[in-house]
Design a protein around this ligand. Sequence first.
Ligand code: ZN
Length: 341
Amino acid sequence: MTARADAFPEYDQLLALLDAASHVLDCRVVCEAAVQGHRFGVHVATLGSRDPLAPAIGIFGGIHGLERIGTQLVLDYLRSVLGRLAWDELLHRELQAVRLVFMPIVNPGGMWAGTRANPNGVDLMRNGPQDADARVPFLAGGQRLGAWLPWYRGPEGAPMELESRALLRVVQEELLPRPLSFAVDCHSGYGWRDSIWFPYARTRRPMAHLPEMYLLKTLFEQAHPHHGYTFEPQSHQYLLHGDLWDYAYDLTPAGSLFLPMTLELGSWLWIKKNPRQLFSREGIFNPIKAHRTARVLRRHVSLFDFLGRVAVAPERWLPRGPQREALLQQARAHWQTETLP
Ligand SMILES: [Zn+2]
């Protein structure tokens, strides 16, 4: 059998999953990406409660076309949820209260072409209109010199790329209007350890919902003491222009709580253990050995499961009044953030 030119394995797996589960999933194509004459739909699949006020969890991957392991993680979790529907009564009860939103390949054109950027050469995670309020790393913080260099933001003043707009539309329709929502966006390629980053990337000033983010981290650590994530504001690592999660977070309407997280799978250890990977473009962003891929994939299910469970009854844990104030002090001490204006 010859490989089809307009296909890649993750995209085929996604279509097969959506097809096999069409009776339980609500599926739609939110935009189409064209690359060298091929067209790929950007698919969104949702399941669970249809109550517009139900808490929701959005799981995203493939914003950077080279980071296939992030997409595999999202596909694996979707497959696991669908498989468990056959026997897991607790999952059914969770889904009566919670909605799950999956967007596993935000940038299919880039994944097909094997590029971090989308087919226009734009790094979608630098494509928001906002600028950082202090120095960003040269190039990597986002640049407008041109698409011939990595981390290109797109032309000054131009509308955002269609994949960026599609992602933001999904966030605005499916997540932001709800009293509580989470997003996890799966990436790879940076760091020695797996990290969970949250806004802001554009400033060292803290997000308004720092107490809630700190409490979420604390609850997760109590439930999974050996998880091993570094959990911190993105600005602790480096500042950047145009981060889409910064932008989405700032669109949160009054009265809603939206906690976006970027899961950055630390790939440097994979390279240290297998230096040959440095010479493979795939290898810097994805584990090459099968046993390591399996280890990477199985490590994060507990995070997704945790978010689903904690979303069921937010009234049990969301902080109020003096408790919230105390959490804010603890969070500031923990992350040493600048004080709020
Ligand atoms: Zn990435």
